[in-house]
Write a protein that binds this ligand. Structure first.
Ligand SMILES: *Cc1c(COP(=O)(O)O)cnc(C)c1O
Length: 405
């Protein structure tokens, strides 16, 4: 189906160089395959890059969200507020710990949680909300100062789902804050899946500025085990006659998981992290090129509007399409583009419309999320794309429409 010699353009993909390969090979030849010095080196570098005090690596973004819920101590009877326009994992994280989800609506144009939608969700949760998980959809940031104000007022913890937003900054009190610095949140979670800005194969990171939270995340990442004598409860078993901790001894107060990231994955993550600025610059340049080439198609097709004060590294390049005005529906356009070797995707069906959540919470009404969902289409965006690829996508898009001239 792919005409000509042009390679298929997926909506996103990894960018791997020889030095990434060499870094992984070095890890394979080292003494450690799982938790070794590269995990720590990666965590340190990630913390520096995001400006957070601590970064905890784990084996997926989803695991990171689950760890965050455990670190907050969320459980049955608690409610996590989740914008309904996100990937499944943000909401599922609440269910993993037995908490319920209160879906919040989003802005119809940016797809982001906003002041009114957060306030409405807090009211609906009738005092049971214990935390909120703002999602920086596509890369642009939720107004975190606004979230922090409402969170403080209602005693909510804040976990940023920053899986789309690594490398971006947002303005806070006149200063540009890197995403992940947790200036207005308890934790931020990242995914290093291959479609994301940098990759470690499968992997994730949680950042925080709180040492106790960091300790909890590390404990739940590895079975809930502790080897810290200060935490031992079974003192008769833990210590010898002279009061020294027994060398074999560890304890578990609450079960955790094996969510550890390996040295192999972290070697790739560390190598990729060094390229974040290069990738970011390339993504910004490609987005600017899309903006320019798509401008004549407005208002029927326009990019998701930018957020004031935010300098994102776009994970996805999303356009909002008035499908009536362009004379073709979304599935038709996607099929036509695919036939030309151009991959597109829809991010996302609002999660409250998934059968599991429909069954659990009934039919919910979130008009902002529906209006965004009905118009959105993600076009290819990844650092290895050339300027000519952007032109090819825009030309392909134009000829997939049934415009009446
Ligand atoms: C990718 C993603 C996740 C999950 O990350 P994995 O590494 O795939 O588990 C969670 N939330 C959002 C918004 C994501 O895009």
């Amino acid at each position: 189906m792919n005409e000509g010699a042009s390679p298929f353009l997926p909506y996103g993909r990894q960018s791997i160089d020889d030095d990434d390969v060499a870094a992984v090979v070095r890890a394979l030849r080292s003494d450690w395959l799982t938790t070794g010095p590269t995990v720590e080196a990666f965590e340190q570098a990630f913390a520096e890059k995001t400006g957070a005090r601590y970064a905890i690596a784990c084996n997926s973004g989803t695991a990171g969200l689950h760890l965050a819920m455990m670190a907050l101590g969320l459980g049955e009877g608690d409610v996590l507020i989740v914008p309904t326009l996100t990937f499944l994992a943000t909401a599922n994280a609440a269910r993993y710990v037995g908490a319920e989800v209160e879906f919040a609506d989003v802005d119809a144009d940016t797809g982001l949680l906003n002041e009114a939608s957060l306030r409405a969700a807090i009211e609906r949760s009738q005092g049971r909300a214990r935390a909120v998980a703002p999602v920086h959809l596509n890369g642009p940031c939720v107004d975190m100062a606004m979230v922090a104000r409402q969170a403080q007022e209602h005693g909510l913890a804040v976990v940023e789902d920053a899986c789309h937003a690594l490398g971006g900054t947002y303005e806070s009190n006149g200063v540009d804050v890197p995403v992940g610095a947790c200036r207005h949140s308890d934790m931020a979670t990242f995914s290093l899946h291959p479609v994301k800005t940098i990759t470690m194969g499968e992997g994730g990171v949680v950042t925080t500025n709180d040492s106790a939270t960091c300790e909890k995340l590390k404990r739940f990442r590895s079975h809930g085990m502790t080897r810290n004598p200060e935490e031992f409860r079974n003192t008769a078993l833990a210590f010898d006659g002279a009061g020294a901790p027994n060398p074999w001894y560890y304890e578990m107060a609450q079960p955790g998981y094996n969510y550890r990231a390996s040295d192999i994955n972290c070697a790739l993550g560390l190598s990729q992290l060094a390229k974040l600025e290069t990738f970011a610059a390339r993504r910004r340049a490609l987005a600017a090129r899309y903006d320019a080439l798509l401008a004549p198609l407005a208002p029927s097709i326009r990019p998701v509007p930018r957020v004031p004060g935010c300098d994102p590294v776009l994970h996805l390049y999303v356009v909002l399409i008035d499908f009536k005005a362009v004379g073709a529906d979304r599935a038709t356009i996607m099929r036509r583009l695919k036939a030309r070797g151009i991959g597109t995707q829809v991010h996302y069906l609002p999660v409250h419309r998934q059968p599991y959540y429909q069954k659990r919470y009934g039919e919910l009404v979130h008009p902002g999320a529906d209006a965004y969902y009905e118009r959105c289409l993600s076009l290819p965006l990844f650092p290895d794309m050339g300027d000519e690829d952007v032109a090819r996508v825009v030309e392909g898009l134009k000829s997939s429409l049934d415009l009446k001239h």
